[in-house]
Design a protein around this ligand. Structure first.
Ligand SMILES: Nc1ncnc2c1ncn2[C@@H]1O[C@H](COP(=O)(O)OP(=O)(O)OP(=O)(O)O)[C@@H](O)[C@H]1O
Ligand SMILES: [Mg+2]
Length: 367
């Protein structure tokens, strides 16, 4: 799927400076989003996605584990199909390849974090420190007014060097320059949420896994992986319908949870999707309850994102099962696009949250 919105009218030099490209390399597909800054507004130039299944000899929609050259090939293909013109890209690093922990330190060490964090990281990271790239952000407790007994909370992020080199190889093979890397959780949150104070959860439904984050005042408070993803819905549906995985995937995407009343003979599909989702939703509900109990504060909403969240009828079904308000991510709402695309972009939106978030950061000049 690819759609080019702008033609190649814009001049080359202004494009180099004012456009940004976000690349989200997921386990089941690669997503690209190209944005341009124009008179202070963010304009959607083009976007596209390509399934990795066919490059791995498996069905569309399934999680893959491909060598870097195959991923580079797919990336080149989607860049061409989507008419991407930007060479400098922001690329996401999978959450599963990263380690994120909150480290509590005495406030006094704020100025010496460059020395302190590598030492501190040894307590949190199960591999030798020289094998990882470390980064950190102060969450709270810093600043001039901090007393000697105050605590500094620092978010520590580690990514294995091998992961970084793999992603560098993919980029260079595909002819892309890396503007910066970002762990997907930060990109997804930037694109899927508006600024708010109340804690809110983000649920990213990917192919093989579902990622759960809690964000408060723009800071990731909690994150973990649930080993149940959208491909499990397809596999269960294939069994229930006694059909192939490819056919079940197609039907899942086409009909989603619309039942018998809408499409004759669709009851079995709906039932099987509901059954698969109920496992996932009870795990989400459990996580939400335990977070709320621990912090003694309710979550204001749960925002679903990722390709799995584009399932027809998901929002209504989730709302039946979970008390907290359920929303779907609408990352393209942060961009300007032709009005006739509004509905399509809203529907496809959740799949592109990470890629939109990356491109937004690059436009903000934080690359
Ligand atoms: N229209 C649709 N209806 C239902 N499910 C869909 C639809 N489109 C895509 N999916 C599902 O979304 C899943 C892929 O989501 P996404 O692209 O977010 O995963 P990913 O980023 O590749 O995976 P991960 O983040 O786990 O690495 C697939 O399993 C696919 O079946
Ligand atoms: Mg993903």
């Amino acid at each position: 799927m690819a759609f080019s919105i702008s033609s190649s009218l814009s001049s080359l030099f202004s494009q180099e400076q004012k456009s940004a490209l976000g690349i989200d390399i997921g386990t089941s597909s690669i997503k690209v989003v190209q944005l341009r800054l124009e008179k202070g507004r963010v304009v959607l130039e083009t976007y596209g996605a390509i399934a990795l299944g066919p490059y791995a000899g498996v069905e569309i929609g399934r999680a893959t584990s491909l060598p870097y050259d195959k991923i580079a090939e797919a990336l080149k293909d989607v860049i061409r199909e989507a008419n991407v013109t930007v060479k400098n890209a922001a690329i996401s690093i999978p959450y599963a390849s990263s380690l994120v922990s909150v480290v509590t330190l005495p406030a006094g060490v704020e100025k010496q974090l460059a020395q302190v964090m590598p030492l501190e990281a040894r307590k949190y990271i199960p591999v030798p420190i020289n094998e990882v790239l470390l980064d950190w952000f102060i969450i709270s407790g810093g600043g001039k007014n901090a007393g000697p007994n105050d605590k500094l909370q620092v978010l520590l992020v580690a990514i294995h060097n091998d992961t970084i080199s793999k992603f560098r190889s993919i980029a260079s093979d595909a002819g892309v320059n890396v503007a910066f890397f970002e762990i997907e959780v930060f990109s997804a949150v930037r694109a899927a949420l508006d600024h708010g104070i109340a804690p809110i959860a983000v649920v990213d439904m990917g192919a093989g896994t579902t990622k759960f984050y809690v964000v408060e005042r723009g800071i990731i408070r909690e994150s973990h992986i649930i080993s149940h993803g959208s491909q499990d819905l397809t596999l269960a549906a294939a069994q229930a319908l006694s059909t192939t995985v490819a056919d079940a995937e197609q039907r899942k995407r086409k009909f989603g949870m619309q039942g018998e009343a809408v499409i004759q003979g669709n009851g079995v599909l709906k039932q099987s999707l509901e059954l698969s989702l109920s496992t996932l939703f009870s795990e989400i509900a459990r996580t939400v309850t335990s977070y709320e109990a621990q912090k003694n504060q309710p979550l204001s909403a749960i925002v679903f994102t990722g390709g799995g969240a584009t399932l027809k009828g998901l929002q209504a079904y989730a709302q039946e099962k979970i008390q907290t308000e359920i929303r779907l991510a609408n990352p393209f709402a942060k961009t300007q696009a032709p009005a006739f695309l509004e509905e399509i972009l809203k529907e496809a939106g959740p799949e592109f949250s990470v890629a939109v978030g990356l491109a937004l950061r690059q436009l903000q000049g934080n690359g």
